[in-house]
Design a protein. Sequence first.
Length: 95
Amino acid sequence: MPSNPPRPWGQFPDEQARAVTGVLTDIDDQVRQMITVPVTDHERESLVSFAYNVGVKALGNSTLMALLNSSDYDGAAHQFGRWNKANGKMVLGLV
């Protein structure tokens, strides 16, 4: 039997899981500080995921966050579709 059998998708060794959890906890703390209006848990979690991918600073400086914090929830939601480029080119996986 191999000493490191394959793991089902989504399972990490404990040290990796702790590291990822720590990073996401830090991002969650920063996102919570940015938000000045009421949001649901799933809305905040979406922003945490977004910040993980684009960077906390990018989210904080974004029109998305400005619209959200002005209570324009629909306008903020539509901003996600603008983040579909990498190196200036549209990426189908981001559409």
